[in-house]
Design a protein around this ligand. Structure first.
Ligand SMILES: Cc1cc2nc3c(=O)[nH]c(=O)nc-3n(C[C@H](O)[C@H](O)[C@H](O)COP(=O)(O)OP(=O)(O)OC[C@H]3O[C@@H](n4cnc5c(N)ncnc54)[C@H](O)[C@@H]3O)c2cc1C
Length: 512
């Protein structure tokens, strides 16, 4: 047995023991561990990088014997075959956003991928398996052809990867023949994914980020409906993120304040006052959206004109390109001795690392904001769980219906009081939205932490009273989302029993 025990404490404040850590480097080693677990009666909690902040990070749902850390499996297995005409990377669980980004920059700068707003060192496979959402779309859509170690230790390849890695279909056809088994391994516990095909995105000739500031919060329903129509009409085909005031301000405050203190020598008090002016420049209204427009120069021009035409009466439209931001920063920074130029430069400094997300470049900016807020700017983004930051996600799936969503948002805010909700409403597919909502609290304050947890429970109960449900659950929520008498969850339990008869893998995770 290995020596080190996993530290599973995390920002939600709730953790279960993860057991002894094992860090395999190969699929064959994972198979051996699973077979041994079957013989010895061990349970295994697999994580890729274990940075599932706000959902339980590396914590299992129930105490487990082995924490299977797959972060040392870092190969891009088909590196030599990747090209613009073959934009698929066969990656292992330890391939991170930053790892793939840096590799592509070096070898295929004309290829990008669907980046999330979480830390650069998060796993692409880990995030996708938890059904994470990036700026280009739900990550689930990007992953296929899974190589999976089942609960028995047997190896199964889904889709046409089962024909062998040399088959021309193995890394290109996402569905295969017959029932699509892939779904069992997303938000499931039937197997351990040791590699998968991941879709890359050939870059378009032009790409700009577009930020819209809703002038009057009362128009939220129309704002959502019109943005949805822009997606349906492929004017903006990214996942437009619509952030409320708390979320936008929280995301920008660190960059603004750091600029004012470090580049302009402002005291923290002076910086705080000027930061409010900078925020008013870029996130003035109740809701601010961020999305992307891509295509040929003519397509981008035409689509931006369309965005202005359809949104201009209710929102300010801001087009953000790296060239424009770099130029604006140079000019304003040079004039920073004037207050108005200084606040403009601060606003640009804060927005720059964030707008690239919409174009597929990972950044630590969102996590750095939290580290700063909780007084630990000295730590890297991977160490967020080591701070006093308390963060709980409660993320409802929602229909594409602006009026309904606006009403639910108001009611959620009521239920949460006195907590403020940090929220983005993400236009995920042509017919559905997800709201990503978090509560923030000081984890070192036991009363505040308990109040935050009670509020999260109340929010979940409210959603259910509206016949809604979260689209992704925290490790500590599994008991409440999995209903053992519901025929759906009973069917999930029967499949689990067939594929993992001894219940070795992640007991309780999205299954009875
Ligand atoms: C400020 C902030 C911003 C964030 N932004 C985003 C965002 O934009 N989009 C988003 O989706 N999330 C976001 N997150 C949440 C989270 O940090 C990310 O989803 C992150 O990518 C998940 O961690 P990971 O990649 O290390 O996955 P892991 O923690 O490694 O995996 C998640 C879970 O999937 C399962 N799993 C992982 N690997 C395997 C495997 N190989 N086989 C079987 N099961 C496996 C395990 O149950 C594991 O617990 C954000 C969080 C914060 C605090």
């Amino acid at each position: 047995m290995p020596r080190h025990t996993a530290d599973t404490s995390n920002v939600t404040g709730l953790a279960q023991p993860g057991g002894r850590i094992l860090r395999p480097r190969t699929t064959a080693q994972v198979q051996r561990i699973v077979r041994l677990a079957n013989r010895r009666g061990w349970t295994i909690n697999p994580v890729s990088t274990g940075l599932n902040f706000g959902y339980g990070s590396a914590s299992p749902v129930r105490p487990t014997c082995i924490q299977l850390d797959l972060s040392r499996m870092t190969a891009i297995r088909n590196a030599a075959e990747i090209s613009r005409g073959n934009p698929v990377a066969v990656i292992e669980p330890g391939v991170t956003q930053q790892g793939l980004y840096a590799w592509l920059q070096q070898h295929h700068p004309d290829l990008a991928f669907n980046a999330t707003g979480s830390a650069r060192e998060t796993s692409i496979i880990g995030n996708a398996l938890d059904r994470g959402v990036g700026y280009f779309g739900p990550r689930k859509e990007d992953l296929f052809g899974l190589e999976v170690v089942m609960g028995t230790g047997e190896l199964v390849r889904t889709g046409f990867r089962r024909l062998g890695e040399a088959s021309p279909l193995a890394h290109s056809h996402p569905y295969g023949l017959g029932p699509i088994l892939d779904g069992l391994f997303f938000q499931g516990n039937c197997g351990i994914v040791t590699s998968a095909c991941f879709r890359l995105v050939p870059k378009r000739p032009q790409a700009v980020a577009v930020s819209l500031g809703l002038r009057d919060g009362k128009d939220l329903a129309a704002f959502i409906d019109r943005l949805a129509e822009l997606k349906r009409d492929a004017v903006m085909d990214s996942v437009t993120h619509i952030g409320n005031r708390q979320r936008s301000h929280a995301s920008l405050m660190y960059g603004i304040t750091t600029y004012l203190e470090k580049e302009c020598g402002r005291t923290p008090e002076a910086a705080a006052a000027e930061a409010r002016e900078a925020l008013a420049l870029i996130a003035k209204g109740d809701w601010t959206s961020l999305g992307a427009v891509t295509g040929t120069a003519a397509q981008v021009r035409a689509n931006l004109a369309e965005v202005r035409k359809r949104m201009g009466d209710i929102a300010t439209v801001r087009v953000l390109s790296e060239e424009k931001l770099a130029l604006g920063y140079r000019v304003m920074h040079a004039l920073r001795f004037f207050r108005v130029a200084r606040t403009n430069a601060a606003a640009i400094a804060a927005i720059r690392p964030l707008h690239v997300l919409a174009l597929g470049q990972p950044t630590d900016a969102a996590i750095d904001n939290l580290l700063w807020r909780y007084g630990r700017s000295d730590l890297p983004a991977t160490q967020l769980d080591k701070t006093n930051c308390g963060l709980i996600f409660i993320n409802p799936a929602l229909p594409m219906n602006g009026a309904l969503v606006a009403r639910i948002v108001r009611e959620l805010e009521e239920v949460a009081r006195p907590f403020e909700l940090y929220m983005t409403i993400n236009i995920e597919t042509a017919t559905s939205l997800v709201a990503v909502i978090n509560l923030l609290f000081d984890r070192s304050n036991a009363d505040e932490a308990a109040a935050a947890r009670a509020t999260a429970d109340a929010l979940h109960a409210y959603l259910r009273s509206r016949q809604l449900e979260v689209y992704r659950a925290r490790a500590d929520m599994m008991e409440s989302v999995v209903d053992p008498v519901d025929p759906y969850w009973q069917a999930v339990g029967a499949i689990k029993q067939a594929l993992d008869p001894n219940g070795v893998i992640a007991p309780g995770r999205y299954s009875p």
